[in-house]
Ligand binder design. Structure first.
Ligand SMILES: [Zn+2]
Length: 60
């Protein structure tokens, strides 16, 4: 089994892990019901609708 020759620096490690963080995505779409910013292809975090249908119970 191969072993890394050099230890990876923390900046290189964090740069690689950054891409797995879904919350770092800056791209959002506007909710068609309440108009708040939500991630594309996800239910709206405020009103819980997706494609005009209630899919998650509304936040209080
Ligand atoms: Zn909404």
């Amino acid at each position: 089994m191969s072993v890394p020759k050099r230890r990876q620096t923390s900046s290189r490690r964090d740069r690689r892990r950054k891409h797995n963080d879904v919350l770092s995505f800056s791209h959002t779409v506007k909710c068609s019901r309440c108009g708040s910013q939500a991630l594309p292809h996800r239910a709206c975090p405020d009103c819980g609708t997706y494609k005009g249908k209630q899919v998650v119970s509304e936040k209080k």
